[in-house]
Write a protein that binds this ligand. Structure first.
Ligand SMILES: Nc1ncnc2c1ncn2[C@@H]1O[C@H](COP(=O)(O)OP(=O)(O)OP(=O)(O)O)[C@@H](O)[C@H]1O
Length: 232
């Protein structure tokens, strides 16, 4: 059982606060969905969690240990994996080589193909030549090959067909059911709320909603209002 607790986190960009006093949590078996309009600070928040950019204040605890001052590599060691925006495959390596680059053992590569059987016939194809959906599967599989406890996923659906997005969402749900803790940043709010447990809505760097996904799923007007804010 793993748990990440984020308290009063602040992350700046060019010395300006972009993420402000954000508190959230996620634990094994759960998907915490992070929603918000463009520019709300979702990517910046994930980058602060994984250490891509330093945090300016607050705490990130994984299983009771503070990691906010650790380098990204140490945070990986603490169990975090970050699937960044933009499907960052090694384009000049094959699918299999990409998987091997992230895997601790051959059995981790095997597990990746079990999770995404679509990748098996594509194992010797250069990753740069895969479809967008296949590349996204590869990036997720590669992140999992390091056996993380907490997976941060940024906009995995961008530019993908709805059928592929549904397929990826189902897989993420399955991974959580198997014990992973997931923070899912997503523009396709309806699909993310369908698989998630807890929802957070970020507006101008602050959490303006923290509650059950089910509550927002059934209230599209409320969600719309949360994105825009009163008077916006
Ligand atoms: N590299 C950067 N340098 C300076 N400012 C940045 C940088 N990246 C993002 N920002 C600013 O930080 C704010 C939050 O951006 P961020 O990408 O975190 O939002 P987001 O919620 O992920 O949006 P989107 O859904 O468009 O990706 C925006 O005002 C953006 O202009």
């Amino acid at each position: 059982m793993s748990r990440m607790v984020v308290s009063e986190l602040r992350v700046d960009r060019v010395h300006l606060p972009v993420v402000r006093e954000v508190s959230l949590s996620v634990e094994s078996g759960q998907i915490s969905v992070l929603l918000g309009a463009n520019g709300a600070g979702k990517t910046t928040l994930l980058e602060g969690l994984s250490g891509v950019i330093p945090v300016a204040g607050g705490k990130i605890e994984v299983d009771g240990h503070e990691i906010q001052r650790q380098r990204p590599g140490a945070r990986v060691g603490a169990g975090l994996a970050h699937v960044e925006q933009g499907r960052t495959v090694f384009r000049q390596l094959t699918t299999n080589e990409n998987l091997r680059a992230g895997a601790a053992s051959a059995s981790d590569v095997k597990k990746a193909y079990e999770l995404f059987p679509e990748l098996l016939p594509r194992r010797d194809v250069l990753a740069g030549l895969l479809s967008g959906g296949e590349q996204q599967m590869l990036v997720i599989a590669r992140a999992l090959a390091g056996r993380p406890k907490i997976l941060l996923i940024d906009e995995m659906s961008a530019g993908l067909a709805p059928t592929i997005v549904r397929r990826l969402m189902t897989t993420v749900r399955k991974l959580a059911d198997q014990g992973l803790a997931v923070v899912l940043v997503e523009q396709f709010a309806v699909l993310a709320l369908a698989v998630g447990n807890r929802a957070y809505v970020l507006r101008r760097g602050k959490i303006v909603y923290d509650g059950a996904c089910a509550e927002l799923r059934d209230a599209p007007d409320k969600l719309h209002q949360l994105y825009l804010g009163s008077g916006s």
